[in-house]
Design a protein around this ligand. Structure first.
Ligand SMILES: CC(C)(COP(=O)(O)OP(=O)(O)OC[C@H]1O[C@@H](n2cnc3c(N)ncnc32)[C@H](O)[C@@H]1OP(=O)(O)O)[C@@H](O)C(=O)NCCC(=O)NCCS
Length: 178
């Protein structure tokens, strides 16, 4: 991965252990995790374990979620990135998936969209994927809207840990036509 990625307003860089407090703030917020299939974190140990897993993914898979920093303030806003599925999700394995999660104070500024475009660029141009997948709880209106706006095609629903989710696919050709 060639990092950091710099967009108009954001910097995408690897997550490090220095992000512990910010990541805990993110995953302990019930509003943030409402549609992502986890319970709000209650202990920093959970975030520590998460960071270990993320560092392991960078090492083993050459990719993973990235911290998204606001250029102007240098604040941590959340994460975005391309993950390699090493275990089956909706029957898919060894495919790339786009994901994102932000602190509420940064919602509604277009950061999910801006960072998603950068992440997709990484997937298609650096990893040479021909398709990138994504999924969102059917009730997560904002995320479903963003994925559709990015050109993802809705390929139907599946159950993820009991939650009904839309499964999306974006072909490189559609990304290139932005
Ligand atoms: C979903 C999330 C990532 C969106 O981040 P964001 O930075 O606010 O998103 P953006 O500002 O880039 O885009 C939001 C778009 O959704 C639209 N939107 C907002 N609420 C909406 C709703 N209820 N229904 C439909 N569209 C909505 C906005 O108008 C905006 O569209 P526009 O760019 O055309 O004006 C953020 O709310 C979040 O982190 N949520 C918690 C974690 C999560 O759900 N992650 C996704 C899991 S699949």
């Amino acid at each position: 991965m060639k990092l950091p990625i710099i967009t108009e307003r954001l910097i995408l860089r690897k997550i490090t252990s220095a992000d512990l407090d910010d990541l805990f703030l993110l995953d302990s917020n019930p509003e943030v995790v409402k549609y992502v299939g986890i319970k709000p974190f209650t202990k920093k140990e959970e975030t520590l374990h998460l960071i270990e897993c993320l560092l392991n993914q960078y090492e083993k898979n050459g990719t993973g979620r990235l911290s998204v920093i606001e250029k102007e303030t240098k604040k941590f806003t959340g994460w975005s990135g391309i993950k390699l599925f090493t275990e089956k999700v909706n029957g898919f394995k060894n495919v790339y998936e786009l994901g994102y999660r932000f602190l509420p104070e940064f919602w509604g500024k277009g950061y999910a969209t801006e960072s998603a475009k950068a992440s997709l660029g990484l997937g298609f141009n650096q990893f040479h994927a021909d398709k990138i997948y994504a999924y969102a709880d059917v009730e997560n209106q904002t995320s479903n809207y963003i994925l559709t706006k990015l050109g993802f095609e809705n390929k139907g629903t599946f159950l993820d840990k009991g939650d009904k989710c839309n499964w999306y696919e974006l072909q490189k050709i559609n990304y290139e036509s932005y």
